[in-house]
Design a protein. Structure first.
Length: 291
């Protein structure tokens, strides 16, 4: 199984460009890139400008030139973790987000990627409105997904204040994907998000089965979305069974990337390569268990 993570770690820690970050990733053993399309997501008019597209295409080209595959992209997600402006209606959400989603799907196709991840629409206090909004949203996205033959993976999320978003538990996400009844619509497991709700990630993988298209592997202590590298918390604090999760991935025949979605602190620049090396070693050990 191939492994992937973000080039932003090298760019942020070492202050290098995408090409140099890509070289660090390749030296560490990563084969793929988790590519963010979240820039300027709170300014949707800028997402439509040529400069936004050109920046991401150039960055992806630099990473691919170093021998990396764009494993998956991530669509803008402004509404997922920030209180909705106005009255939070679906119509208001669609007006704000849909043009950015469609633009990001176009760029995903242009950079040669066939998989993107999306945070679903949610109304924390209303499961029915959450289901209806996502049904309407996926209907609007499917023509573009079909046109470019791109698979979209719905990610389990949390609502503002770490509430249940009605898109937090696996049963809710699985229902959305199966209701869509289209091979372009699948699911992404964010292990850190799952841990906030004490969800058994191995059972989650088994429920999703062939609908599992993407992974965001990271950990936390169960109270904050910390995006910590597996195995790096104290045993009393780390509650995620990554090895059991790998066993479940093997059981369901998962063939996507083993992707780390991590957050990094203000490390000295000299630690960028060692960080990638350590992260890749952990990813490789767990990915091999899933093969």
């Amino acid at each position: 199984m191939k492994i992937s993570t973000s080039p932003n770690h090298g760019m942020r820690i070492a202050g290098v460009d995408a090409a140099a970050a890509g070289r660090m990733m390749v030296r560490a053993g990563f084969q793929g890139v988790d590519f963010s399309l979240n820039d300027q997501q709170m300014e949707p008019e800028k997402v439509q400008e040529p400069a936004w597209r050109e920046k991401h295409i150039a960055m992806a080209a630099a990473l691919k030139a170093e021998g990396l595959e764009i494993a998956q992209t991530h669509l803008p997600y402004y509404y997922a973790h920030i209180p909705h402006p106005g009255n939070g209606t679906y119509a208001e959400y669609e007006a704000f987000m849909l043009p950015s989603y469609l633009r990001a799907i176009e760029v995903t196709a242009e950079i040669g990627c066939k998989l993107t991840v999306m945070h679903p629409y949610y109304v924390a206090e209303d499961a029915a409105r959450t289901r209806d909004g996502n049904r309407r949203l996926l209907e609007k996205l499917l023509p573009s997904l079909e046109k470019y033959d791109i698979r979209l993976a719905l990610e389990n999320i949390w609502a503002w204040g770490f509430q249940n978003a009605n898109a937090s538990y696996p049963e809710d996400l699985y229902a959305m994907a199966t209701e869509a009844d289209d091979p372009h619509i699948g699911l992404c497991i964010d292990t850190g998000h799952a841990n906030l709700f004490r969800i058994d990630i191995a059972a989650m993988a088994r429920l999703y089965g062939k609908k599992l298209y993407a992974l965001h592997i990271n950990g936390n202590g169960g109270k904050q979305d910390e995006h910590i590298l597996p195995y790096t918390m104290g045993g009393y604090y780390e509650k995620l069974d990554y090895q059991g999760f790998s066993a479940a991935l093997k059981e369901i025949g998962y063939r996507g990337y083993y992707n780390l979605e991590l957050a990094t602190g203000n490390m000295p620049a000299c630690l960028a390569q060692p960080y990638y090396d350590f992260a890749a070693a952990i990813a490789r050990s767990l990915a091999e268990l899933a093969e």
